[in-house]
Design a protein around this ligand. Structure first.
Ligand code: 5GP
Length: 216
């Protein structure tokens, strides 16, 4: 009896939180720079056909391996400012001197037929959380320690030594925002971390389908 009550309670809580008829979910993955989030995001999309990665707009210059329209939509500062003025973003933030943002139109279109995964920072997470109609599952990845983070930033060889130092220094401020998330995962081993995220996704997908059955 008690266990049944608990189940009903959990389901109604989840339904309340989701507050949306669609069965599709939105997963936010945030972390300090270099904690492994981009690799995991890509892995999820490869394995689950239903997931699309939200492609942000940014004023940052593309890295040599990045493709416009796939990794980011690379735009000028003027274009980005115009989007802000026209209220086109669900969220945007200034990070390491550049702007990054998520367009409302592309999220609203994609969520009709897909789940979405966002690789955004804590500022974007706070802004998205204000839209109560979005079914967000917020996950924060933390590297096991700062030294490993530094090694990863150097090893991935994507940024200048100055940029690596800058990203490393941002760690302390970034990590303070772990409390804004539903799940915190320490990324000691990429495979384990990925499995934990898969579990979170399947738990939330299952809960959603139960809650939609109950309300039908
Ligand atoms: P990077 O320059 O390494 O690609 O990204 C720097 C940071 O910007 C990462 O923490 C990434 O999650 C974040 N980021 C990427 N796109 C967005 C976005 O659209 N909004 C916000 N708020 N952060 C973003």
């Amino acid at each position: 009896m008690l266990s049944n009550l608990l189940k009903v309670n959990q389901v109604s809580k989840i339904f309340f939180k989701m507050n949306h008829d669609s069965k599709n979910i939105m997963v936010i993955l945030s972390s300090p720079s270099g904690a492994g989030k981009t690799t995991i995001t890509k892995k999820i999309q490869q394995k689950y056909q239903s997931f699309k990665i939200s492609v942000s707009h940014t004023t940052r210059k593309p890295r040599p391996n990045e493709i416009d329209g796939v990794d980011y939509h690379f735009v000028s500062h003027d274009e980005f400012k115009r989007f802000i003025k026209e209220d086109k973003f669900y969220e945007y933030a200034k990070i390491f001197d550049n702007y990054y943002g998520t367009l409302k139109e592309s999220v609203d279109q994609t969520i009709k037929n897909n789940d979405i995964i966002f690789d955004i920072d804590w500022q974007g997470t706070q802004q998205l959380s204000k839209f109560k109609n979005l079914k967000l599952i917020k996950i924060y990845l933390i590297p096991p320690n700062k030294e490993i983070l530094k090694q990863r930033l150097i090893k991935r060889n994507q940024d200048s030594p100055q940029e690596v130092e800058r990203r490393f220094k941002a760690y302390d401020k970034d990590v303070q925002h772990w409390k804004d998330y539903d799940y915190i995962i320490i990324n000691e081993n990429l495979e384990n971390c990925y499995k934990q995220i898969e579990n979170i996704i399947s738990l939330n997908k299952n809960n959603l389908s139960i809650s939609s059955q109950i309300t039908q």
